[in-house]
Design a protein around this ligand. Structure first.
Ligand code: NAP
Ligand code: GLV
Length: 309
């Protein structure tokens, strides 16, 4: 029995130290030095080379290092019947709360305008809007979206979420399904995307979506780059329909040097860092799930491949 790790940018040593604490009886192997392939029962991976997971004959679960798992399902030889478990862990959730709250406040407090004014040495006060008059809308009210919604609610923003099924979170207005999308957009001054990338959500941030937002709305895109129709976003930014955007994820990453987003005056670009899995907290969650499997229970947060998330 062994757990194999391919954690990429997510600090290798920290994982080893944490698993030694939470799972001392399970040997941990590095991707480049797997030992006997039949020993590998668990894999914790970000973006493994295609076909490699299928070479572990006794694999019982594939744990995604991230909340998303689209980097796994691109593998046409993914072993059939082995559950894929997405990452749900407090460190990742806390990081996303920080990023979304920071970005929402940035747009709410006109920081794009003040950054331009600073460059131009302009001293001009823009009238402040209280949070209770600012409507934030979160596409995707799952683990991350719901946590961000609740924190934003704590600032007194008017918060709503859009999901497949209706939700019942205190103080958060719930919209759901195709019929709920346009009314949800109509009331969202700051739109946050925290959806998974599925065939239904691909390209969901498009010209029609932007047109349904109040004029000058801000966009915070932190789900996946495939949600955004980039040409439509540029057109909406240039027309002023979208007043500003914080973009963490892109169709092509790293963002190519010739992308217009790099230099757009109404855009903040960051390199897919909205939130990162934290080895110390995530290893505890993975260890707990491995214990469930060892006890004959199904792991938590298994991806429903038919549903797409
Ligand atoms: P989750 O718990 O699975 O939540 C997904 C939410 O999206 C759910 O509320 C779900 O609705 C909703 N949804 C899915 N398909 C929908 C559709 N067709 N129409 C309406 N709503 C739909 O996922 P999560 O853990 O919050 O993570 C969300 C995504 O964030 C990940 O998939 C990943 O792409 C992204 N992410 C990005 C970063 C970053 O650094 N940029 C970090 C972590 C995660 P129901 O609740 O009704 O099922
Ligand atoms: C990061 O993008 C993740 O899916 O956790």
């Amino acid at each position: 029995m062994a757990l194999i790790l391919k954690t990429d940018i997510y600090r290798g040593n920290a994982w080893h130290d944490a698993f030694a604490r939470f799972l001392p009886d399970v040997p941990v192997r590095d991707w480049d030095n797997p030992g006997k392939l039949e020993d590998i029962e668990y894999a914790l991976v970000w973006a493994p080379e295609k076909g490699v997971l299928a070479t572990f004959p006794n694999l019982k679960a594939i744990f995604s290092v991230g909340a998303g798992f689209d980097h796994l399902t691109v593998d046409p030889d993914l072993p059939e019947g082995v559950p894929i478990v997405r990452m749900v862990e407090p460190g990742l959730t806390a990081g996303m709360i920080e990023f979304v709250v920071m970005s929402a406040l940035y747009h709410h407090r006109f920081m794009l305008d003040y950054a331009r004014q600073q460059r131009e040495k302009v001293w001009h006060e823009i009238e402040q809007i209280p949070t209770f008059r600012r409507r934030v809308g979160i596409l995707g009210l799952g683990v991350l979206g719901a946590a961000c919604a609740q924190k934003l609610r704590g600032f007194d923003f008017k918060v709503a979420g859009w999901s497949r099924q209706p939700k019942d979170y205190e103080g958060i207005e719930s919209f759901h399904g195709a019929d709920g999308l346009i009314p949800f957009l109509n009331r969202s001054d700051i739109l946050v995307c925290l959806l998974p990338l599925t065939p239904e959500t691909e390209g969901i941030l498009n010209a029609e979506t932007f047109a349904a937002l109040p004029q000058g709305a801000a966009l915070i895109s932190a789900g996946r780059g495939g949600h955004v129709v980039e040409a439509d976003l540029l057109a909406a930014l240039d027309s002023g329909q979208i007043g500003g955007a914080t973009l963490d994820v892109f169709r092509e990453e790293p963002l190519p040097p010739d992308s217009a987003f790099w230099t757009h005056p109404r855009v903040v670009v960051v390199p897919h860092i909205a939130s990162m899995t934290i080895a110390e907290t995530a290893s505890e969650a993975v260890a707990a799930n491995i214990r469930r499997i060892q006890a004959g229970q199904a792991p938590l947060h298994v991806v429903d491949l038919k549903r797409g998330y």
